[in-house]
Design a binder for this molecule. Sequence first.
Ligand code: FMN
Length: 173
Amino acid sequence: MSPEFDRRAFRDLSYGLYIVTSLDGDRLNGQIVNTVIQVTSDPARVAVILNNQNLTHKFISKSGLFGVSVLDESAPMTFMGLFGFRSGRDVDKLSQVEFKMGVTGCPLVLEHALSVLEAKVIDRIDLGTHTIFIGDTVNAEVLKEGRPLTYRYYQESLKGKAPATAPTYNPVK
Ligand SMILES: Cc1cc2nc3c(=O)[nH]c(=O)nc-3n(C[C@H](O)[C@H](O)[C@H](O)COP(=O)(O)O)c2cc1C
């Protein structure tokens, strides 16, 4: 890593926070990401970026499907901790929250969610540590009005941190 650039500049990038879900047969899982973006309008495509070690990455790779819940500011730290710091390899996260099954079979987390999306993967880019999955949106629903949870709100008001698996993890304090 070049010492010539100032990593603090990355902190000025803005993000929302989301739960991305997927499935493997009847096993369901999901994780927090800050990396959901709409990448094209017509067709409406979205991209998500997942660490290659995560169980959700394995499920999306296998099923070619993912669901997204757009979180709001009501999400408490216990909820963020369950989905953002624990792996589905050790805990059944979906058994602990309210969700519904989407048209793709992906679970859609309803708690602390403003909207939900579902997508079918059409392409992927392996970045070594992380993969960008790009998907065609096949379902999109607004659940309620509210204020989307941003990374800044999570850090400043909830005093939340990012684990080393997050793309935004910054080893420099
Ligand atoms: C605020 C926050 C943002 C995160 N962003 C991402 C992300 O964009 N991509 C990613 O792969 N992991 C991200 N993570 C980490 C995953 O949520 C975490 O590694 C999770 O435990 C993986 O679960 P799994 O193994 O069940 O899939 C983030 C975590 C937090 C708390």
